[in-house]
Design a protein around this ligand. Structure first.
Ligand code: ZN
Length: 344
């Protein structure tokens, strides 16, 4: 089969012929239809310090996967050959305290598909059957492929109650855009999203879920808050950018007792105003991955209830054109970029 491989330390990826994987006991082989490009994949492609410390070559990468069940390993039940599935990219140990308590997203022994074992930028991928999420046959495979980042968005957006609350989302990348859609759907009053990318802010406006899409390079958040008639600041905030300036302005824009979910990963030291955190009595919660599988259940019922996230996918490429796809995703001006593995 063909697969995108980090074949040796250094920048770049290679589309190579590699052996088709066989499912072991408890595993499933999936014929991949679509794979989304994640920020993680960009780090691996560019070979930044995180990738250098994490990836052992050769490695097939990619973890935002939709495909059809192709083969079942021994002992797998409840799945049908040919059915559409998405993949949860975090494989947990099942033995630690958190796993045994049902808090699997908190497992300290997580193995990442496409990071620590072969991934889904490939014609076929093998994962544990427990990491497969069955999808309705009529779901757009492009949408099925982005359930992993959609799950990050839903997990963050539902970390705190948002009904009637004013919500700030910093970062209008795909996860921020989807999180804004979810908090709107969940009954937030004002939803303000910020970024410094005009195309991403325009996409936020086109998707229609936000009250204001704010370019913080040219407009102050304080002025926006005043313009919306908000007297005490934001009740809930979702940090999706990893930008130090975003977190700092967020902390000063929160109402007393405000609650912050942090998903964006900062790349270096992150100085911010702890005094303000204390005196504003803020709650800050780190979010990583998705709840297995309560977030997945929420995603499926949100889609069934009419939440449309398809507009967040702005670029589609044949897998053979992966370099153009990675260049587009790296630009910081796209929504979600998806590779089609039926076009090689
Ligand atoms: Zn565990």
């Amino acid at each position: 089969m063909k697969a995108l491989v980090k074949s040796a330390p250094g920048p770049g990826l290679d589309l190579l012929e590699v052996p088709t994987p066989e499912p072991a006991t408890g595993e499933v082989r999936i014929r991949v239809l679509r794979t989304g490009i994640c920020g993680t994949d960009l780090h691996i492609d560019s070979w930044d310090p995180w990738a250098q410390a994490t990836i052992h070559t050769p490695q097939v990468i990619g973890h935002e996967i939709a495909g059809l069940v192709d083969a079942l390993g021994p002992g797998v039940e409840g799945l049908t050959l040919g059915e559409l599935v998405s993949v949860e990219g975090h494989i947990v140990c099942g033995r630690c305290r958190n796993c045994r308590a049902g808090r699997r997203q908190l497992c300290p022994n997580t193995v990442g598909v496409g990071v620590n074992r072969d991934g889904g930028f490939a014609e076929f991928v093998v994962v544990p059957a427990t990491n497969v999420w069955q999808q309705p046959a009529d779901l757009d495979p492009d949408v099925a492929a982005i359930f992993d980042p959609f799950g990050n968005a839903v997990h963050s957006a539902l970390a705190f109650p948002v009904l009637g609350e004013d919500v700030l989302v910093t970062g209008a990348g795909p996860i921020g855009l989807m999180a804004a859609a979810v908090v709107r759907h969940a009954g937030a009053r004002n939803v303000v999203i910020t970024d410094v990318s005009r195309p991403r802010l325009e996409l936020a406006e086109r998707m229609g879920h936000v009250t204001r899409a704010v370019d913080v390079a040219t407009e102050s958040l304080t002025a926006v808050v005043a313009g919306l008639g908000m007297r005490e600041g934001f009740d809930v905030a979702l940090e999706m950018s990893g930008a130090p300036a975003a977190l700092q302005s967020m902390i000063t824009a929160m109402a007393h007792g405000g609650r912050i979910a942090l998903l964006g990963l900062p790349t270096g030291e992150l100085p911010f105003d702890w005094v303000r955190v204390v005196t504003s009595m803020l709650t800050i919660r780190g979010i990583y991955g998705r709840e297995m599988y309560e977030t997945w259940y929420a995603m499926s019922v949100l889609i069934q209830a009419g939440l449309d996230i398809s507009e967040v996918i702005t670029h589609r490429y044949a897998a053979a054109d992966f370099r153009a796809a990675f260049t587009a995703a790296q630009s910081g001006h796209t929504g979600k970029v998806v590779l089609d593995w039926t076009q090689l």
